[in-house]
Design a protein around this ligand. Sequence first.
Ligand SMILES: [Zn+2]
Length: 73
Amino acid sequence: MPEETRLPSCPRCGQRVARLVYGRVRPSEELQRALDAGEVVLAGCVVESSRWCCTGCGERYVDAPAPGPEEQP
Ligand SMILES: [Zn+2]
């Protein structure tokens, strides 16, 4: 399974962790779909080192956290 379709989950609350997208983004169907699916979070124009954001508690991560035990094959 491609890595893109498997998002990590937050080690703190177990919710899905989405990719942070910095800067101005042009609205598109693909972006909207990703936003609706909770796969990406718009982070604004202030670029930080974090690349991931929890959709539950809002914790940000520089590196994608490892998937939870339930997601291990
Ligand atoms: Zn969380």
